[in-house]
Design a protein around this ligand. Structure first.
Ligand SMILES: [Zn+2]
Length: 342
């Protein structure tokens, strides 16, 4: 009688051992799998972080390359403008060359006046009334219009300080930056008596020259940005790449529309060449100082955007040498004879 419960108990105990053994085995297996999964998850996390870092590095690299291409584009555009100028100088029928001839003759007038100083003037009495008076001097006052594109940037405060040293006023064609500190420089530009002018919001050729509407939409953004930060209403602008930017067939339409709205644009007739990052400080000094005398109202293209350290380094010498040549530095306004490629 007592055997049956004993056997039952034995069977139950056996079954219990089997079940707990099975469960234990399952636990160990699952635990092992869980740990493997955990390791895999942490590896995936690491990989993800690495990929994110790589992605951000690549993005930065891409942005740098885009900025470089942009500056090269601008430089190419400058070179093509130079070529156009040279071609028109060679063409005797072109109005430009007539202007050059006129300025050439004024050079010879200057030569004869220097002859006067030397006492070699063969016509010593042949002078109109008022010659040599203060009025004539004022008319021949040498003024250089220095312009800075693509700022503000970390270089702008130093540029402003250098200009102050020579009581020089310049014109800043600005690009919108999502940087509060840079935005503060806009007010500083105005406060120190310079002209604050517009360049672009995005400075992205493909976007802004896609249509007149695309340009105006971009232009309105930089216009609003300047007013919000300074209360100053800009009325001058410069096309990214200049008005004869090859990538645009809508530029004439844009000019008409913006002039109808009271804005005036300026190209340049002396280039520092600093659009290319390959241009050295010495090149910049030479490009400006050797060419400034070729034009009557020099509008000098420079850049104070990020990375234009060569320009910043050239600026003290440029200011010094041009001052020694008798130049005064003024900012552009609507009364200055326009410099247009179109
Ligand atoms: Zn630009």
């Amino acid at each position: 009688m007592k055997k049956i419960p004993f056997i039952t108990a034995l069977v139950c105990a056996f079954l219990l051992v089997c079940i707990s053994g099975f469960l234990g085995f399952q636990y160990l297996t699952l635990n092992g799998r869980f740990q493997t999964l955990e390791t895999q998850a942490s590896q995936l996390k690491n990989n993800n972080a690495e990929l994110k870092t790589k992605l951000s590095d690549n993005k930065q690299e891409l942005e740098d390359k885009e900025a470089y291409l942009e500056s090269q584009n601008e430089y190419i555009s400058e070179l093509s403008q130079k070529l156009d100028t040279l071609a028109s100088e060679e063409d005797p029928d072109s109005p430009d060359s007539a202007e050059e001839e006129a300025s050439g003759s004024s050079d010879s007038a200057e030569d004869s006046s220097s002859e006067t100083e030397n006492g070699n003037d063969p016509y010593p009495n042949l002078y109109a009334e008022g010659f040599g008076s203060g009025e004539t001097e004022q008319a021949t006052e040498k003024i250089a219009y220095l312009t800075f594109d693509d700022g503000p940037s970390s270089l702008t405060p130093e540029v402003l300080d250098l200009l102050d040293q020579y009581d020089a006023k310049a014109t800043f064609f600005v690009v919108c930056k999502n940087n509060e500190e840079y935005a503060e420089y806009l007010s500083e530009i105005v406060k120190r008596g310079h002209a604050l002018a517009l360049h672009s919001y995005s400075h992205n050729y493909n976007q802004i020259y896609a249509s007149m509407d695309a340009f105006l939409s971009d232009y309105e953004k930089v216009y609003d940005w300047v007013i919000e930060n300074t209360g100053y209403t800009p009325s001058l602008f410069r096309f990214p790449g200049g008005s004869n930017n090859g990538s645009s067939y809508v530029v004439n339409e844009i000019i008409d529309e913006l002039e109808r709205r009271g804005f005036q644009y300026f190209d340049w007739n002396v280039s520092s060449g600093d659009g290319s990052n390959l241009t050295t400080t010495e090149n910049i000094i030479d490009n400006i100082c050797n060419n400034i005398g070729n034009v009557k109202h020099p509008v000098v293209l420079m850049h104070d955007g990020s990375g234009k350290n060569a320009t910043l380094a050239a600026l003290p010498t440029v200011l010094k040498r041009l001052s020694e040549k008798g130049y005064k530095f003024r900012s552009l306004d609507k009364t200055v004879p326009s410099v247009h490629y179109r």
